[in-house]
Design a protein around this ligand. Structure first.
Ligand code: PLP
Length: 232
């Protein structure tokens, strides 16, 4: 590598390391302020749209859990990164089509976007076939937005029950993306309440703009992209 390219790479590494340290610090502060144990909110670094060269500095900084929102993009990036560094966890946080269920089960350690019977059925079949069991979360369309994926809040209990009884799936928790133009607090509170009522412990909520608030409402998995990688 030419000297100036090497210097640029070092600079990129240092910037990524300092963004990662800052996000970790803010998570620790929010956990403490919420009276929660340190490390109880797990950081998922959302690397969608960023290439492997942008991801490696975070891996070098010790980050091991990553989130992607497209199956094809994840398939292009992660097999090679995983070969370089054992022990990486990659999770699907974006919508899933049933014709991609096989690839998703093969690739991901968790799927946060289970939201209809067709997907539950396809995942159950693939998990049996491949002998793999990614952790599963049900996405709730918490703001009941017509354009957004997810199960309606009023349908969530029945859908989680069908996942268990009809498809034999273990559901770990709920995921939500609050409406962009509304305060997220009430949406986090309602998602947490639904999860509690269903006896689900995992709560995937909180992004770059609102993760501290999500921690206050009990988030156990934070999906953070731009605060770690810069603007997309
Ligand atoms: C992109 C994305 C995120 C991360 O968003 P940032 O605002 O960049 O932190 C979180 N969750 C989902 C589902 C996403 O698609």
């Amino acid at each position: 590598m030419p000297a100036d390219a090497g210097a640029r790479a070092d600079e990129g590494n240092a910037a990524a390391a300092s963004r990662l340290a800052e996000v970790r610090r803010r998570i620790a502060v929010a956990e403490r302020e919420a009276g929660r144990p340190e490390g109880s909110a797990r950081l998922i670094a959302v690397s969608k749209t960023f290439d492997s060269d942008a991801i490696r500095p975070l891996i070098a900084g010790g980050q091991r859990v990553f989130g992607e929102n497209r199956v094809q993009e994840a398939k292009a990036k992660w097999p090679a990164l995983r070969a370089e560094t054992p022990g990486l966890t990659v999770e699907l946080i974006g919508p899933l089509q049933s014709n991609k269920a096989a690839e998703a089960v093969a690739l991901f350690d968790a799927i946060h976007s289970v939201d209809r019977d067709k997907i539950a059925d396809a995942l159950a079949k693939e998990m049996r076939k491949q002998g793999r069991s990614p952790r599963l979360l049900v996405q709730v369309n918490i703001g009941e937005e017509p354009q957004k994926a997810g199960v309606a809040p009023a349908e969530t209990a029945a859908f989680v029950e069908r996942c268990r009884t009809v498809y034999g799936l273990t559901i770990d928790g709920l995921m939500c993306i609050p409406p962009l133009d509304e305060p997220p607090g009430p949406h986090f509170a309602l998602t947490a309440k639904l999860a509690r009522e269903l006896g689900l412990t995992a709560l995937s909520m909180g992004m770059s703009a609102d993760f501290e608030l999500a921690i206050a409402y009990g988030a156990t998995e934070l999906r953070i992209g731009s605060a770690l990688f810069g603007t997309r």
